[in-house]
Design a protein. Structure first.
Length: 131
């Protein structure tokens, strides 16, 4: 039991730090003049408030991305808690998920460590393809 809790805490820490680092450096570049991030146009938006033209699930936004896309497909994940398993199929290429910050944009799922491997946590690469 204690080992499972430690593993779950470690996984949460690693995911949290990865999101924080990615978002932290992204926001540092946004403040610079002539930054490519300041003119970034999102291809899709995910919002918990179901705004017009947005998705309420991250997976729906990923499914809307072109198959084997040659250019970046930017998905803006607005602040909120998203309770879902997020898979990126191998034929959904060049997808970038951009959140509002690690403190306010969270992806979570209730999977217990003894039942699922670390690879089967809330976000992962899926080696299958989807039509």
């Amino acid at each position: 039991m204690a080992k499972a809790i430690l593993v779950a805490l470690f996984i949460t820490l690693v995911i949290g730090m990865s999101l924080y680092i990615g978002i932290h450096f992204q926001h540092k570049h946004e403040n610079k003049p002539n930054s490519t991030h300041t003119t970034l146009a999102y291809n899709a938006t995910v919002s918990t408030t179901a705004k017009l033209g947005s998705y309420t699930k991250i997976m729906d936004a990923i499914a809307s991305a072109p198959t084997y896309g040659e250019s970046k497909y930017y998905i803006h994940v607005e602040a909120g808690v998203y309770v879902e398993n997020v898979y990126v199929w191998k034929n959904k290429t060049n997808i970038a998920l951009i959140g509002d910050g690690a403190e306010v944009t969270m992806v979570t799922m209730n999977r217990k460590v003894p039942v699922f491997d670390t690879i089967e946590t809330a976000t992962q690469l899926d080696t299958r393809t989807v039509d």
